[in-house]
Write a protein that binds this ligand. Structure first.
Ligand code: Z5A
Length: 213
């Protein structure tokens, strides 16, 4: 990375379990390097020491599970620190920020999945983000049954991944309904092969990257 190109973009990756966000993130990183674009990659919940500590609590299967409201406040607490410590400074420096999950995940998981009030999520979003929103959101859409089968092959399941299929169906519907009303979303059919998903990503990202050269 040379730091010579300055069209900062805030790009988020979203989708259900096993949709292939991590696999695709590595491919996007290789594209950013190919175009010599300065960038950082980060994730939510997490991205800072405070955020990573909250992530551990959120995903842990040990002890008492947080209440729906506690869970909602924890993801926004992690996000407030993430914006303050990592995302805003990087954007100010003209870097692309590639973030694995952001507030659309809160709408999908806490709102549509757990039933948190969407108006309350909007209020927290306004408080924490102060008008900051992603410029581009890549939604990896997958049938939850297929996604869960992939996730199960990969590693031990965390607290979220142990939910019933109906939870993930609600999450998927939440994401799709958000995508319907926001033009920053690009939906990628994540049930396709890795090569096909990467072709779709290249097609989506190339116009943005060409603008930086
Ligand atoms: N959460 C929340 O509730 N509210 C919030 O506001 C936020 C988050 C921000 C952790 O997220 C949890 O936090 C998440 C929601 C909640 N729920 N869970 N669980 P996470 O992003 O860290 O966790 P995740 O959803 O489980 O993502 P992941 O583990 O990184 O999975 P993925 O990135 O989507 O998939 P992957 O690891 O790239 O791929 C899974 C497997 O499938 C792997 O073996 C791949 O090799 C394979 N794969 C990938 N693509 C393909 C294709 N195209 N074909 C075949 N096989 C493939």
């Amino acid at each position: 990375m040379t730091g010579s190109k300055t069209s900062a973009m805030f790009v988020t990756l979203e989708g259900g379990e096993g949709a292939g966000k991590s696999t695709s993130r590595d491919f996007i990183v290789s594209m950013l390097e190919e175009y010599d674009v300065p960038f950082i990659q980060t994730r939510e919940p997490g991205g800072t020491p405070i955020g990573e500590a909250l992530r551990e609590l959120l995903l842990s299967k040990e002890g008492t599970a947080p209440s729906v409201t506690t869970e909602l406040l924890m993801v926004f607490a992690a996000r407030a620190q993430h914006l303050h410590e990592v995302i805003e400074p990087a954007l100010r420096e003209g870097k692309w920020v590639l973030c694995d999950r952001f507030t659309d995940a809160t709408y999908a998981y806490q709102g549509f999945g757990r039933g948190s009030d969407l108006g309350e999520i909007e209020a927290l979003e306004a408080l924490v983000q102060r008008g900051r929103h992603p410029d581009l959101t890549l939604l990896f859409d997958i049938n939850p049954q297929l996604g869960m089968a992939r996730a199960r092959q990969r590693a031990e399941l965390d607290r979220f991944e142990q939910e019933e299929l109906t939870f993930f169906e609600k999450v998927r519907n939440g994401y799709l309904s958000r995508a319907e009303c926001n033009s920053r979303f690009k939906i990628i059919d994540a049930s396709r092969s890795i090569d096909d998903v990467q072709d779709a990503l290249r097609e989506i990202l190339k116009p943005f990257l060409d603008r930086t050269s």
